[in-house]
Design a protein around this ligand. Structure first.
Ligand code: M6R
Length: 609
């Protein structure tokens, strides 16, 4: 779960690498490092902690046309300068950066130690540097191939060579690697965002591919090391600009961006069909008649994407009456899933690089299942792997905690549910009501954001609590889970989400005067039951915070604090209810002085499993 970058060209490599790492830091920020070639010598600078620490280390005058860089999320070996990448080989002829996990590193390490090679880090990656050097009597391409043939596991890797100052060699298996083809320069990276300002032409490597890169040319090889031609693709320029736009944190900016990102998720209105009360999703690659054959839908994802799937599954079942399940991708991949012809699989992911989701998709596809993607990052691994789907168009999400991607995922699933629903039981009259309600959502989100100061007051009042409960029913139940995830992720406060109905089956034991319970309550079928659940908490002296669209006085009496969101159609309420919860987490975390954009132990994209 790291970011890697390599550069070869007329610019100062160290500057390009540091700029690239800034873009890739979301993939891990435990340590970072660069390696460059000067005066026929490999030089390495690496530092524990954020990229800012490395930038201070790297001399301004360093001049070299090629180098490699890495930003780390620690797996094997603690967070330290020595475990930071790049790693240099025992004869100091090879330096590598690696993203992934080498499963058989213990046996390889023992073998290399027996040959007299000593190790300076606790990482799995270091074996790769030594192995390549060990085979380097032949040309570097063959040495890399021989080393890779010994490896079990996943890798995105870039190697530079002391005696070959005009090449970099990269390879990919399970971890992304993309070549940016510039004008007389080449940049290899885990993510196209590292190409900022350098190239809009990209070569996407597939698993098993290897690439030999020079400044002005490149050669791609397949898993059998047979040369293959890969056509450069034009990348989305929008995804390359990152700025806080005046906000204190990316997270706050991304929360406030949701009226815009939700509009984009609706194709600025182009995905809504007012005339038919339906939705239009061009990328599904499904024939109209295919819709009639769908008997089940299985949604797969992790974390916040999984919770978006939980919301989506309920909306699909309500509107389209198609049985829909949500599956944890990390569990599914080991469950020997029963894949059926008329089941449609939807893989949800912001990054499109989540290893658990990718592996689950491959398992389903291997069994002949049809998988569509609900993906944010255009051209990502999942976007390329799936047979079609819906881009969520949330825009680049930088903060580790997912916010605008979540609402864009729910929006995409809602549009799909409406489309499927209209092919089944949803009458045009209700379809039109939904289309109108959907187009009103961005303005309603804005109304909530305009009252952020009220949430801030509530947040500061409760920020000393050491545990929170989030409770809801039905469509809001996944919102309770997401609210709890957000709070624990960025504030490090223990938080759990439960169904309100499940409260008295155990979690009620946690309630006391110090544990706030956040209830998410919408008008509708479960409203009265939710009031009873609040009574149960009140009776145990628990503090109650309510997020609701109701003006019912009983809520105002029961709640210690409440926030009223605008009303909408019941199926759309999750999109509104989650906004105050995102703000609550942000303001609590910020009040506690947490690193809200890059919380401890985490990374934006979980590319190892
Ligand atoms: O990129 P993905 O949407 O596939 O990521 C899935 C989860 O890792 C992600 O949603 C994670 O739970 C977030 N950090 C939560 O805010």
């Amino acid at each position: 779960m790291c970011g890697i970058v390599g550069y070869l060209g007329p610019r100062k490599a160290s500057s390009v690498l540091l700029q690239g790492l800034r873009q890739l830091e979301y993939r891990g920020y435990d340590s970072s490092g660069i390696s460059i070639l000067t005066n026929k010598k490999i030089k390495i600078y690496k530092k524990e902690g954020k990229l800012a620490n490395l930038i201070q280390e790297v001399p301004e005058k360093l001049n070299s046309p090629l180098g490699i860089g890495h930003t780390r999320w620690a797996t094997h070996g603690g967070v330290s300068d020595t475990n930071a990448h790049p790693h240099i080989s025992y004869k100091e002829r090879v330096a590598i950066v690696h993203n992934g996990i080498i499963d058989n590193f213990t046996s390889l390490k023992e073998e290399l130690i027996e040959k007299g090679i000593s190790f300076s880090s606790d990482t799995d990656s270091e074996v790769l540097a030594h192995l390549i050097d060990y085979y380097l009597d032949e040309d570097p391409e063959v040495a890399v191939q021989k080393a890779l043939d010994r490896i079990d596991g996943t890798y995105g890797v870039i190697a530079l060579f002391k005696d070959y100052p005009d090449i970099l060699i990269g390879a990919r298996n399970g971890s992304p690697l993309i070549l940016g083809v510039g004008d007389g320069e080449s940049i290899l990276a885990s993510d196209a965002s590292a190409f900022i300002g350098l190239s809009r032409q990209a070569i996407y490597l597939d698993d098993g591919d290897m690439i030999v890169v020079k400044a002005k040319e490149y050669k791609t090889l397949d898993r059998h090391y047979k040369e293959v031609f890969k056509q450069p693709e034009t990348i989305d320029a929008q995804s390359t600009t990152i700025s806080k736009e005046g906000f204190d944190h990316f997270l706050l900016k991304e929360i406030f961006e949701q009226p815009r990102s939700l509009s984009r998720a609706m194709g600025e209105g182009g995905r809504l069909q007012a005339e038919f009360g339906s939705a239009k999703l061009g990328g599904l690659n499904l024939d109209t008649r295919d819709f009639f054959d769908i008997e089940n839908i299985h949604i797969i994802g992790m974390g916040t994407a999984y919770y978006a799937g939980m919301v989506g599954s309920q909306i699909i079942e309500r509107l389209a009456r198609i049985p829909t399940q949500v599956l944890d991708a990390s569990e599914l991949r080991f469950s020997n899933p029963i894949v059926k012809k008329n089941t449609l699989y939807l893989a949800i992911s912001q990054s499109g690089e989540t290893a658990d989701t990718i592996t689950a998709v491959k398992e389903i596809q291997n069994k002949g299942g049809r998988v569509l993607g609900i993906i944010n990052v255009v051209g990502s691994t999942l976007a390329r792997l799936t047979e079609g789907g819906v881009y969520t168009h949330g825009g680049q999400e930088v903060s580790v905690a997912s916010t605008k991607a979540f609402t864009a995922q729910i929006m995409a699933l809602t549009l799909l549910a409406l489309l499927l629903g209209r092919k089944k039981d949803v009458p045009i009259s209700y379809g039109k009501i939904l289309v109108k309600a959907l187009s009103d959502i961005p303005a309603k989100v804005q109304q909530i954001l305009d009252q952020a100061h009220k949430i801030k007051q509530i947040a500061e009042k409760y920020s000393s609590a050491s545990s929170f409960l989030f409770l809801a029913r039905g469509l809001n139940y996944p919102i309770a889970l997401e609210g709890a995830l957000k709070l624990k992720e960025i504030s490090y406060i223990h938080a759990e989400g439960f169904s309100s109905g499940g409260l008295k089956h155990g979690p009620l034991a946690l309630v006391d005067e110090k544990t706030p319970s956040v209830f998410i309550v919408s008008e509708g079928e479960t409203f009265e039951k939710s009031l009873s659940n609040m009574q149960e908490v009140k009776a145990r002296k628990g503090k109650i915070i309510v997020i609701t669209d109701s003006q019912d006085n009983r809520i105002k009496t029961l709640a210690d604090d409440y926030f009223i969101v605008p009303q909408s159609e019941e199926v759309l309420m999750p999109l509104l209810n989650v906004i105050p919860l995102q703000l609550l987490s942000y303001y609590i975390a910020n009040h506690l002085g947490r690193d809200v954009d890059q919380p401890r132990n985490l990374a934006k994209s979980v590319t190892t499993d």
